[in-house]
Design a binder for this molecule. Sequence first.
Ligand code: ADP
Length: 315
Amino acid sequence: MIRVENLVKDYGSLRAVNGINFQVNDGEILGFLGPNGAGKSTTLKMMTTYLAPTSGNVQVDDLNILEHSLEIRRLIGYLPELNPLYVEMNVYDYLQFVASAREITGQAFKKRLGEVVDMCGLRGVIHKYISELSKGYRQRVGLAQAIFHDPKILILDEPSSGLDPNQIVEIRELIKSLGKKKTLIMSSHILQEIELTADRMVIINKGEIVADGTTEELMRSFKGKTVLTLEVKNAHEADVNGIAEAVRTVSVAKIINQNGTLTAQLEYPNTIDPRSEIFDYAVSRRWTILEMSRYRVSLEDVFRTLTVEGGMQNG
Ligand code: ADP
């Protein structure tokens, strides 16, 4: 398990990461999401021991980045954001170079090379120069480099940035298949990218965590909702609450009573439209409807709320 504890990073007078806490469970694919400049790369660099924190720590099982940076590097495979490759090398030589830095040579290298090349779909390009490869293939080489020593943990910084839509799908599938056997953390500034890949997501904005939960949980709370404001006269509060009984898909978020006029906020999933049932119910109870207005919460709304207006804590 990885535990990020009160992690802070200052660049001069700029606080890029402001005391963040989150944890990553073994075997999980964690999406680390946030707009550009939020502090994702800085956090990942500290987690991989490439950058010293200003304060705070990261625990990896019973090791921590302050005292055990070498041991932690052995446990982690890291694909940095700009995927620095030696483009004048061919894929074979590059992987041999990477492997030798990890002290994997001779027979052990040959055996592992075969596995990695198959996993990353590099069989056809093994003798090509990296400079000849498309961005998608370069990213595969970057992933091959990261997994060569069979690390327990994989940390990928914006692995699909700069790829075309087809390449994105391929890399996403590759990441998912690699993630089956490892603890995997990937960053992205695109909500959908994380939604499609990660089990859990942590959202960071301006150096602070604004949401943390399972992807399913967060996506449900994100995209699902329509808020319907219903203003009625001649109604009893208990009766208005009764809507949730009568129309099962609706929940009552709040009711305000102002001099006998009740304003109820009803919520239901975006995928359905129970307005006529709500109307029928209102008529059957003989309410006078003054207003019925609808607000759809979109994915973009939520991401904006979380990352522009200061955010909300979730979970
Ligand atoms: P993200 O990966 O989410 O785009 P970064 O971690 O790269 O965010 O950057 C967070 C903030 O720190 C940004 O304001 C960025 O400009 C600043 N920053 C990043 N690296 C450096 C650096 N080496 N020196 C000074 N400021 C930096």
